[in-house]
Write a protein that binds this ligand. Structure first.
Ligand SMILES: *[C@@H]1O[C@H](CO)[C@@H](O)[C@H](O)[C@H]1NC(C)=O
Ligand SMILES: CC(=O)N[C@H]1CO[C@H](CO)[C@@H](O)[C@@H]1O
Length: 215
């Protein structure tokens, strides 16, 4: 309930901020680009469409460093474990002892039908040429990828993630994007939860539900 309210507040703020003098215009998201990306390096993308309650982005090719699938009773538990490992990796716990700057977001991919999760960290551009190896981590290479996005505040529990993923699909139903998204089902993770803030940050948190798809 509280999250629902936060979303409402967030979207109100966004529309107020963006609409400004275009009070008549419908829709008006000018993109959800998270503020965290003003301070940390984030993967780059082109905004393809900003719709009602969703955004379509085209992410550029990028490398991510990922944990092995982590078995855990909940997504939030797995994210904590994975975040700890990735954080020590960027502090130099890797075969080259290379330190890296923090980036955003940290993403969690659920394995359909299993309580197993993969957590990944976006590698800084500087380290993409030659990502430091680590025994228990692997590099994921993303081709340019279409992603449908819904932004939410607060902390994302497993239930919230599921509910918001459903809401994202609902919001896509009134658009042409629903077809390629439906067609891609099963070929990519059902949804990814992207976390833009460290767990210790309690206010102004930004998270995204992302659904990658092919055209
Ligand atoms: C972190 O980012 C700063 C500012 O861009 C840069 O000067 C510094 O070299 C980076 N540090 C590492 C370890 O990459
Ligand atoms: C998991 C892994 O490979 N960790 C290594 C990272 O680098 C440090 C320093 O060389 C090693 O001690 C770790 O074993």
């Amino acid at each position: 309930m509280e999250t629902g309210l936060n979303i409402l507040k967030l979207s109100l703020c966004l529309s107020l901020a963006v609409v400004g003098s275009y009070a008549q215009a419908p829709a008006p998201f000018n993109g959800f680009r998270p503020g965290t990306c003003d301070h940390y390096e984030c993967p780059t993308y082109k905004l393809v469409e900003a719709g009602y309650g969703f955004e379509i982005r085209m992410y550029d090719a990028a490398l991510w460093i990922s944990t092995s699938p982590i078995p855990a009773p909940s997504m939030t538990q797995a994210t904590k474990t994975g975040f700890r490992r990735l954080f020590s990796y960027i502090q130099g716990d890797n075969k080259s002892k290379v330190k890296m700057n923090m980036t955003a977001p940290v993403i969690t991919q659920a394995t359909p039908g299993k309580s197993v999760y993969t957590i990944s960290f976006y590698l800084p551009k500087k380290n993409q040429q030659n990502p430091p190896q680590a025994d228990d981590l692997h590099v994921q290479s993303w081709k340019p990828t279409y992603v449908a996005v819904r932004q939410i505040g607060g902390y994302v529990s497993d239930d919230v993630a599921k509910k918001e993923a459903v809401a994202l699909m609902e919001s896509l139903r009134s658009s042409d994007w629903i077809l390629p998204v439906e067609k891609s089902k099963g070929k990519s993770p059902a949804y990814i939860v992207a976390d833009y803030n460290p767990p210790s940050q309690t206010t102004a948190r930004v998270n995204e539900i992302m659904v990658p798809f092919n055209m």
